[in-house]
Design a protein around this ligand. Sequence first.
Ligand code: NDP
Length: 425
Amino acid sequence: MIKSEVKYMSQYKGFYKKSIAERLEILKRDRHINPDYFGSLPASTYNNMIENAITTFELPMGVSPNYCINGRQIVIPMVTEEPSVIAASSNAANIIKQNGGFTSSVISRVMRGEIAFVNPNNPQAIQDFIETHQEALFDNAHQAHPSIIKRGGGVQSITTRHITKDDNTLVIVDVLVDTQEAMGANMINTILESLRTLIETNTQEHALMAILTNNTPECLVHAHCTLDPSTLKFSDTIGQKITEASLLSKLDPFRTATHNKGIMNGVDAILIATGNDWRAVNAGIYSYHSRNGQLEPFTTWSLNDEGMICGETTLPLALGSVGGSIGLNPKVKLAYEILGFHDVKSLMECIACVALAQNFAAIYALTTDGIQKGHMALHARNLALKAGAKPTEVEALVHLLLKQPHLNSDTAKACLEQLKATHSS
Ligand code: NDP
């Protein structure tokens, strides 16, 4: 193991047992985070971000420190209210790191928009115009958003697609755009509206709408990892069980939904932390993994010829590292510093690995101890807080709660009373 890795691992060992101040100290040393980014969103900013703003809404932000992606040690920032997400992610990432870490790469990164003509008078005329006026169309698109050309991006292709159903004919003009570091929704919509006017004027047809799509099969990232079963619990059966869990997630739609939800626990947490439009990314992932007519699991696990467990995922991740609210929220800037951010493609790679880790954590627990063991320890903290425990009482109350046969709010209240009575006597 190289020296820097040993240093990295020793710093983050037992991170979850440290105080918030100690964790921040480690992050400041290791990730060089800027203390200015700990501030809240000022009213002068959030009042301009949305309509009718009244305040901000807090969620916990934490880190998952054990990721090794393409040989780099990465700390993943996460925003989530679900107690087990970061614990599961960190544990899985650590196991995967000990097995060589993740490998991830971007397959393609192009966004798509569409100009839709529904039952035009002359569908062929639209297609002919698009095919014979490519230069004028490209010029028009580039004039609509010239700065993206300077940044090395811009429109990649303008083509038509026909959809016929019953008595209806739809002509869709597909516009593929390299949006560089931006997610590009506004950029694409500006380009589409300009192209729409040009096409309408020249064809005398009227488009119903012009809008980007959140179905982004041209914006794909792949991640995989390999685990030696001998490094896992129940090593003689775990490989088989994990592949069976994968099979179950493929064949049983009721399991598919939960398998994927667990993956999105981690994916959404980093999307929120990095200021990304998580609704857009969710729409993209679900569209891509339903493209064969049925929702499929976002990950697959198999055994290779050497008996190693191989996990992989391919996800469409239409992310941005600029634009939207990214530059406005100091906590988002903090997230990028924690990540040691390079560029949007490396962020895509990180998120695909988070998906794989989160899924491994779930199926490893489910096929061995079950998830309640780990979940209930964390759930007990929430119950303790809801029962009204003071910060100094939480640890003792959690300890007491975990010895009870039934973990619920009544038990928490009763245990807190018991604890207070013991202390006052
Ligand atoms: P912005 O409108 O904020 O545009 C991003 C801008 O960042 C670019 O236009 C560019 O402007 C600037 N920029 C600076 N550096 C770069 C770089 N290296 N690469 C590319 N651009 C750069 O955001 P988006 O167009 O990305 O749109 C995302 C927002 O749109 C999100 O808030 C999303 O929620 C929202 N949205 C989503 C929709 C959906 O998903 N269906 C629909 C509508 C909106 P310049 O070159 O002028 O500096």
